[in-house]
Design a protein around this ligand. Structure first.
Ligand code: CP
Ligand code: NVA
Length: 302
């Protein structure tokens, strides 16, 4: 594996390799036998805000022996219109790897192609693979694995996190249900492709969708870049909230997950959030371990 660009591009074996190494990373934090990024310099190139992704990559790269620089796109010439191809060719000559958060999926792909250095997608409008890998690690810890389970995503079924979940379902053995209002359901062509190998059910009835589900998952209703649509989105998704009513029909012992940041009173109630805080913050912590596994697997060997 040279890059981590999407869940779609990962094989089932690659996902399991990441999850197994992530478990080791977590168990051996602070006393890793090898430092795969020793002597390396990586950059985080971000065009969107971030708390978890930025902190977990900065800490993770350092814990694996590397050094790291954070480059906001507003601070580099990329933000003034320098093409991604040129940015990539410059950075490829100096850096050992790049972690990119941006809008277009094609920008991450072009960067990886032109820079020739290991490249990680740290969120685009299309996908958030690092998030879903950390989520799968969390589900392993809490439920022993996602295999045979029912995961229900509630809210914006067309967002990056939902799309990456769709590809996880296409690769692994579980049922994914997406409850989203019309206009915020996954793209039909994407679903058709993913359904060739995955069990994915889409509905506009959240109560029906969560019935018997083992994992209730949500994300913000207004993703970064969609701020102008905020009022419309809040109206459309008002009944797609994780709350006690939904939890009552979920499977006994169902867990609640959220990639965070969370907006209480919108996609999740404050009470449900606090009742499930230990899972939610284990999920956030697992970003660090899952990403360290990804970094070790894609890093150039010295
Ligand atoms: N879940 C997630 O990616 O969080 P940040 O936007 O804070 O990085
Ligand atoms: N769908 C959200 C995820 C944030 C981590 C967004 O793109 O803003």
């Amino acid at each position: 594996m040279k890059h981590l660009l999407s869940m779609e591009s990962l094989t089932r074996d690659a996902i399991y390799s990441i999850l197994e190494l992530a478990e080791t990373m977590k168990a051996t934090r602070g006393r890793h036998e090898k430092l795969p990024l020793a002597g390396q310099c990586w950059a985080l190139i971000f065009s969107k805000s971030s708390t978890r992704t930025r902190v977990s990559f900065e800490v993770g790269i350092r814990e694996l022996g590397g050094s790291v620089m954070f480059l906001s796109s507003a601070d580099i010439q990329l933000g003034r219109g320098e093409p991604i191809k040129d940015t990539a060719r410059v950075m490829g000559r100096m850096l050992d790897g790049a972690v990119i958060r941006t809008f277009l999926q094609s920008d991450v792909e072009i960067f990886s192609e032109y820079s020739q250095i290991p490249t990680v997608n740290a969120l685009t409008d299309d996908e958030h693979p690092c998030q879903i890998l950390a989520d799968l690690q969390t589900i392993r810890e809490k439920l022993g694995g996602v295999e045979g389970r029912i995961v229900c995503f509630i809210g914006d079924g067309a967002c990056n996190v939902a799309r990456s979940w769709i590809w996880a379902a296409a690769r692994l053995d579980f049922e994914l249900r997406i409850a989203a209002p019309q206009g915020y359901q996954p793209d039909a062509q994407l679903l058709e492709r993913a359904r060739q190998s995955g069990r994915i059910v889409v509905s506009s009835d959240p109560l029906e969708a969560v019935r018997g589900a083992d994992v209730l998952y949500t994300d913000v209703w207004v993703s970064m870049g969609k701020e102008e649509e905020a009022a419309e989105r809040l109206r459309a998704m008002a009944h797609y909230q994780i709350n006690d009513t939904l939890l009552q029909v979920a499977a006994p012992g169902a867990i609640v997950m959220h990639c965070l940041p969370a907006y209480r009173g919108k996609e999740i109630t404050a009470e449900t959030f606090e009742a499930h805080a230990s899972t939610l913050f284990d999920q956030a912590e697992n970003r660090l371990h899952a990403q360290k596994a990804i970094l070790q697997l894609i890093a150039r060997r010295s």
